[in-house]
Design a protein around this ligand. Structure first.
Ligand code: GLN
Length: 209
């Protein structure tokens, strides 16, 4: 059987932008390149030209959000999202996709009708790893790396929970927007990134540009 990481499929035609102000954007880039995908670090609106999908990494959501607003990337991403370009946010990236962030007025994209609470696992278990299953990804469990992770407190019915942990959604999707409360880029398991790249392929076939 092929290992997860050794399958450069048709992703070679894709250019994925990774928001690269702060946080673990390099780990996403490394994983994408391992899958044969072309990547571009996104810091300005011109970096978004020609990308087929965008990843917003984990890090510090207040810093990333402030810089996305300052450089016009936030507004540009809202426009791309309106045209159904796939966007994937992990951890801080998911926080930035949310419409509501409990106890916070920080800048956000507001593309997912959910309410999130930052750092919501409390001090004792600020960071932990846990296995979970999802019917989307077969029998083999996935590894969730949760680092000062948010919890999704409310979720509008049009948001689909693709995976749960302790009965709470941790991987969600609405249309072309995907969000994870954890860090799939910190494992060797490429299944979630490949799921996102399949969303990008589907959007390309629907002539998103
Ligand atoms: N606690 C961070 C925040 O609220 C998110 C942590 C992460 O991305 N690993 O922005």
């Amino acid at each position: 059987m092929k290992s997860d990481i050794s399958t450069p499929t048709s992703y070679g035609t894709q250019l994925i932008g990774v928001v690269s102000y702060q946080g673990d954007f390099q780990r996403h880039i490394h994983m994408l390149q391992g899958l044969g995908v072309k990547t571009r670090e996104v810091r300005n609106t011109k970096d978004l030209l020609g990308v087929h999908g965008v990843i917003i990494p984990g890090g510090e959501s207040t810093t990333i959000g402030m810089l996305m607003e300052r450089y016009g990337v936030a507004e540009a991403l809202r426009l791309h999202a309106a045209k159904h370009m796939p966007i994937f946010g992990t951890c801080a990236g998911l926080i930035l996709l949310a419409q509501d962030i409990l106890h916070s007025t920080q800048p956000r994209l507001g593309l997912l009708p959910i309410a999130v609470e930052r750092n919501a696992y409390g001090r004792q278990v600020e960071s932990f790893e846990a296995q979970f299953n999802s019917p989307l990804f077969g029998e083999t469990p996935l590894e969730g790396v949760f680092i000062r992770a948010p919890r999704i407190r409310t979720c509008s019915p049009e948001v689909e929970a693709l995976a749960n942990f302790e009965q709470e959604p941790i991987l969600i999707r609405r249309g072309a927007i995907l969000g994870a409360t954890f860090h799939p880029e910190l494992t060797q398991d490429t299944r979630i990134h490949r799921y996102f790249l399949d969303m990008v392929t589907a959007a390309q076939l629907n002539h998103y540009s």
